[in-house]
Design a protein around this ligand. Sequence first.
Ligand code: NAD
Ligand code: UDP
Length: 325
Amino acid sequence: MKVVQRFGPGHRILVTGGAGFVPSHVVDVLIGRGCTVVAVDNFVTGSKENVAHLADTPTFTLVEADISEGLPTHHPAFAERFDAILHMASPASPTDFEKLPVEILRVGSVATLHLLERAVADGARFLMASTSEAYGDPKEHPQRETYWGNVNPIGVRSVYDESKRFSEAATMAYHRSRGLDVAIVRIFNTYGPRMRPDDGRAIPTFISQALRGEPITVHGTGNQTRSICYVDDLVRGILLLLDSTETGPINCGTEHEMSMRQLAETIVSLCGSSSEVTYITRAADDPEMRRPDLTLARELLGYEPRVTPEEGLRRTIAYFRERLG
Ligand code: NAD
Ligand code: UDP
């Protein structure tokens, strides 16, 4: 299936969380296409630095606001209609699930509803950045979009899992009842430049530890698996979905499944580090395995990941090396 570019010059796009890791890369591609982009962010986990290179770009506006408190409609950038709204704002690291539980619940519920209302008013396409966490600790492997998941509704991860599941439900409700043009992408573990060294997720943590010569903190036995995706591949998938007329949900990521032990050893070796791999307590409800079934992404969007873990990790290590000095 060949997807034809739908959004380009003359189109106004709102990206929530636009100063975050993944969303800032999405912003770059949209700006590169000639779109006018408004990024809204409260910098809870993102950073102005991620979009600093766009400061003098006339087609880019960064608005500081907490979208859980309502959309900043007083800002002139919100006076004109948007052609597309990408809801990508949310803390996403498991370490934030305990630090920012209510903030996560609100941005994945109240804020989603505000944005859906705005999308209806504007006649915009609405893209929801959902997650593989919607599958919880999956009993089906690899995970297909038809799988309903295995989520502990009151566990520590539930603030994230359930708010994303609520966002998916809300997105589909607006699609069915208001005829809103929507798309849901279920994003699997993505990494790359612009992640924070202290973000808490495995890849930035392991790289920072390896570069500093500190022990690598693998949780549990390290036999749990993830399938890691370099950010450029994910962003291409998100743009293909945005341009398409598909509703989804559609998985996006790679099939490069590896154990956390393998990941730690690979990172130590690619960093040329002497760090020791150590094993510490594992968090509750941590999913045992995760790998997307990418059939839908391939068939409906023509999506194909291109970057190998070695290449993607090399590029990410180079970024961290520069940042950490
Ligand atoms: P990130 O933390 O770098 O980006 C999220 C951005 O949202 C940050 O800039 C943050 O400041 C902003 N934000 C959070 N709450 C906000 C609020 N109330 N108002 C305004 N801005 C707010 O994380 P990321 O990894 O780039 O994730 C981006 C999106 O992709 C998230 O929605 C996340 O759930 C989703 N996702 C990411 C992954 C991944 O592996 N990176 C996997 C699954 C889903
Ligand atoms: N993990 C780890 N050490 C760390 C951070 C994470 O072993 O310092 C493990 C974590 O327990 C999980 C996997 O790595 O099994 C992926 O965690 P991450 O936070 O990157 O993403 P998740 O897929 O859990 O959202």
